[in-house]
Design a protein around this ligand. Sequence first.
Ligand code: NAI
Ligand code: MG
Length: 493
Amino acid sequence: MADQIEPTGPVTAAWEYASAPESTDIVRLEDRYGLFINGEFAEPKSGRWFTTINPATEEPLAEVAEAGSEDVAVAVEAARAATGAWQGLPGSERAKYVFRIARQLQERAREFAVLETMNGGKPIKESRDVDLPLAAAHFFYYAGWADKLGYAFPGRPTPRPVGVAGQIIPWNFPMLMAAWKLAPALAAGNTVVLKPAETTPLTALLLAQVIQEAGLPPGVVNIVTGAGETGGALVDAPVDKIAFTGSTEVGKAIRRVTAGTGKRLTLELGGKAANIVFEDAPLDQAVEGVINGIFFNQGHVCCAGSRLLVQEPVFDALLTKLKDRLQTLSVGDPLDKNTDVGAINSRAQLEKIEELVASGVDEGAEIYQPPCDLPERGFWFRPTLFTGVSQSHRIAQEEIFGPVLSILTFRTPEEAVEKANNTPYGLSAGVWTEKGSRILWMAQRLRAGVVWANTFNRFDPTSPFGGYKESGFGREGGLHGLEPYLTFDGSAS
Ligand code: NAI
Ligand code: MG
């Protein structure tokens, strides 16, 4: 093992790659996008529009309708009117539509990936290799359940759909979150009103076109664009269920206003995951996992491994390796196929990251950022490490949602568990060790919905995902993700 814990030699310079930009020719942007209601694109009754931009260039991409409460009401009525026909279809027929969406996502994956990167700032290699394949996989997976609902939950009454689902999604994985929400809802026989995030509406609107072409009955899927006010109107509308992914603050507000209304609710909120490296871990693999854990998608990841807990004997070795590795990350144009860290999603998010990083410096933690040139326009933040972090620092407690890693140390497994669980959140955790027994011991004690062992940020549609404590409740993925869209009250449909 000795060779694994030796610090590496002199710092390796980042490899110079010639730029390899992905062409945007495949994307045909419209000047204006209306609301997708009852199978048609419609002008907003609110009369309001907003501009959506490319965060890497700050250039406008299109005008998008802002749905007011009247628009949301029309969308919910359309969804309500469509419930009978949609629920009346045999499961095998509903499955055909969901499969059709999955296949279209695969056929048009490149177009979707480029648009996702243009509107959200994430590296093309991620939208191409992660977001789109996983989004399609979710539709495929849930399509397979549509005609097997009666067998999915043995020993329970035959399930029925809940009705109309209002679904509110964030900007960090726009297409993937749309898939997580739509696929189980549709397979279970619900109709939907989906609200994408205000900074990233374009792939959802392209999906609306796919849904139109797939011939889904009008009203089964409705997509209303807008910001928090539009989301609030959807929460207040006469829907049967709300599914929300986003900030803990908004999640709490939604919980308050839905209490006592009979609306079902699932919340997938923030996180402050511990990625825990034991002294017996394969350090080079751990470095890759730590880098992926926090710099994937600029750290705009609810389950990001934003707190690194390192066992003291390997702290120096791991830190040296991490700093070396940080210098090889290429930061910049998200459309470049070599880019590892793209643009921050919005100016507001950049300001939040800057404010929290400044608090880390003020509170006495030591900051490390590799030298790298950043583009002049757009929203950018250098990959950042903090050492000398204590539990009470804001950067150890609060979700930064950016490319910023806070590093702490521990001596014993008990101390690692104590520190890992000392957060209001409980979404995910990572454990790096060569001992299987230690993985199991840790997994039993970590209060996190997902515990990854010797890997991080692994996703599969068959596997449930969700949190404890202020990370929310309810699960998405797998059979667990189907359940919130079904009712088991045993009454005849
Ligand atoms: P947010 O929670 O405000 O936005 C998420 C979604 O909720 C968007 O579609 C937004 O339009 C909608 N929304 C906002 N206010 C609403 C309201 N009152 N009622 C209904 N819907 C509403 O998140 P924001 O402001 O974009 O990001 C703030 C922080 O939240 C981030 O820095 C990050 O820490 C966290 N966050 C966590 C996410 C996760 O995946 N768990 C995703 C996005 C943000
Ligand atoms: Mg907000």
